[in-house]
Design a binder for this molecule. Structure first.
Ligand SMILES: Cc1cc2nc3c(=O)[nH]c(=O)nc-3n(C[C@H](O)[C@H](O)[C@H](O)COP(=O)(O)OP(=O)(O)OC[C@H]3O[C@@H](n4cnc5c(N)ncnc54)[C@H](O)[C@@H]3O)c2cc1C
Length: 512
């Protein structure tokens, strides 16, 4: 059998991509190296992941949001949702997120700067547990008909002009395309000869669960010290950043004595660690592939870009890759769009990845144990607590500033579509579960209906007034929820056709 798409790696990005491809009816096989997907590192406290607006919107539009929200982890890991009263309740001001640990607060955020964000069930932030998220995505992918083979680590592949043959778990598999979603140390990236460039680490980061003889010696929450940074949460969860040039990471076993030594040095105390229950390390190595496609092989998620977990953006970045790639694959494989549509995956997503890498580097600069970094921290603290500052940081951290350059000056084009409320009370997001594009016509114009008709079932045409038109009268939305074209005053056939041409490419628009 030859699959349309083989996916190496059944992490969140590979699984979500599998869902997107099945939505378009493509045959998909996910090859996952791990026999057992569960791991203590994917569970609380270390498996906690923050989702940003584009990810939450993607889940909402694909009908996954309720399941993800229902799995929302409790801060105490108890699973008792009644105790989930927001963790910020004890604080005078409600935090909206942070930059290198410096919080910005909701009361300073000016949401009027984002006039296109209409009320939506998809919020701007949400916490998930990695293991729960993977379970939900795997269940959805399998229910949609994707095959997932566990204990099938990809060892290598060969590609021809027509297909890719993958070696995994002692067997071979054929696909028309291969996508490497196999994480930061991607075999697909290495075997495929993708160049991976960036900046080397300055530190080793530690996440550990420990027991302490004298916990009172540590101050809770995050602290910058003369030698690094540590965060302590009672009773025994610590994160530390040790500016050792990243040399410890994955080169030596993480022992109790080592963790104690680093903790003592960074905290400036003689605290005693009596038990090391769980520990992992990470670095601020920030690298990105210079191409996301070579022939019939593509990269997505951590396989395409790695950076420190500071500010928690990697998962969101990877899921955004999958949402961007899925419908383009579908249109290309079904022969509805030229292959060059796939090139827009790179041109749209590479700059987003590069921005996230720089965002993480900027935080490293602020965390360095130096006087200049402490001075920089003081400046950021002042700025982040201004209206413009808090709004800027919220935009970046929440992902609401995301916009692809689709060559249109209208500020909405290239952004996530506002969740318009239709006359019957339904929302725009309710119509994106099919993975098709959407032409929303507030004035039920015959000319636009004719355009939609010419696209057949590749597009959903909806004629309805909406609660808040935002000054528009029509809107063309891509399958990934991005606005491809807006009609402001007098939308006409020409404009819509032009937008369609930009959107899918010339072969997709059946000209009469
Ligand atoms: C401590 C920490 C905190 C984080 N917090 C956040 C956060 O709050 N928000 C956020 O957005 N991001 C966060 N991240 C980053 C996020 O976890 C990653 O970016 C995300 O998991 C990437 O998903 P992925 O599917 O691309 O890769 P992975 O999650 O690494 O999954 C890759 C999968 O491929 C499999 N695999 C590997 N090699 C092979 C092979 N040869 N063949 C087949 N399968 C293979 C692996 O077993 C794995 O299942 C954090 C990361 C860390 C370390």
């Amino acid at each position: 059998m030859i699959y349309d798409v083989l996916i190496a790696g059944g992490g969140p990005v590979g699984l979500f991509l599998a869902c997107e491809l099945r939505l378009a009816g493509l045959s998909v096989l996910v090859l996952e190296q791990a026999k057992d997907p569960s791991s203590p590192l994917k569970r609380l406290p270390f498996g906690m992941r923050g989702l940003s607006a584009p990810t939450i919107e993607a889940f909402y539009r694909r009908g996954l949001l309720d399941d993800v929200a229902a799995s929302k982890p409790m801060k105490d890991g108890s699973g008792d949702r009644s105790s989930s009263a927001a963790h910020w309740m004890h604080q005078a001001r409600r935090p909206g997120g942070h930059f290198a640990g410096i919080q910005f607060c909701h009361d300073k955020i000016d949401a009027s700067k984002w006039p296109y964000r209409l009320p939506t069930p998809a919020g701007t932030t949400m916490m998930v547990e990695m293991e729960s998220l993977e379970t939900i995505l795997a269940a959805r992918a399998e229910a949609m008909g994707a095959e997932i083979r566990r204990d099938f680590g990809v060892e290598g592949f060969d590609q021809s002009d027509d297909d890719v043959t993958v070696r995994a778990g002692g067997e071979t598999f054929r696909g028309r395309w291969l996508v490497g979603c196999d994480g930061g140390r991607s075999i697909v990236r290495k075997a495929g000869g993708f160049a991976f460039v960036g900046t080397d680490p300055e530190f080793t980061g530690y996440s550990a669960e420990i027991e302490l003889a004298d916990p009172e010696k540590l101050r809770s929450s995050r602290h910058y010290t003369a030698t690094g940074m540590y965060t302590y949460a009672t009773p025994g969860t610590i994160a530390m950043v040790d500016f050792d040039g990243g040399i410890f990471h994955r080169t030596q076993p993480i022992t109790l004595d080592h963790v104690q030594a680093v903790l003592r040095r960074i905290s400036g105390t003689d605290v005693t660690v009596t038990a090391l229950k769980l520990a992992t390390t990470w670095t601020d190595r920030a690298y990105q592939a210079t191409a996301y496609r070579r022939g019939r092989v593509l990269l997505a998620g951590d396989a395409a870009h790695i950076h420190s977990p500071l500010g928690g953006q990697g998962l969101n970045l990877g899921l955004g890759d999958a949402m961007n790639l899925g419908w383009k694959f579908a249109a290309t494989l079904r022969g509805e769009a030229p292959e060059r549509l796939l090139d827009t995956y790179f041109s749209e997503r590479h700059p987003v990845g590069a921005q996230v890498l720089d965002w993480s580097r900027a935080q490293v600069a602020l965390m360095r144990p130096s006087q200049s970094s402490r001075a920089l921290e003081a400046v950021i603290r002042d700025l982040i607590d201004t209206r413009d500052g808090a709004t800027y940081f919220a935009e970046r951290v929440w992902g609401v500033s995301l916009r692809y350059d689709l060559g249109d000056i209208n500020p909405l084009v290239g952004r996530s579509a506002p969740d318009f409320e239709l006359a019957d009370g339904t929302k725009l997001g309710d119509f994106l579960g099919t993975g098709k594009g959407l032409l929303l016509d507030f004035d039920a114009r015959a000319s636009l209906e004719a355009v939609a008709g010419r696209w057949g079932d590749r597009i959903t045409y909806i004629a309805s007034d909406v609660k808040d038109r935002l000054g528009l009268s029509a809107l063309l939305v891509r399958p990934d929820g991005v606005v491809a074209w807006v009609g402001e005053a007098e939308p006409d056939f020409e404009a819509a056709a032009e937008a369609a041409l930009r959107w899918f490419g010339t072969r997709l628009l059946p000209m009469s």
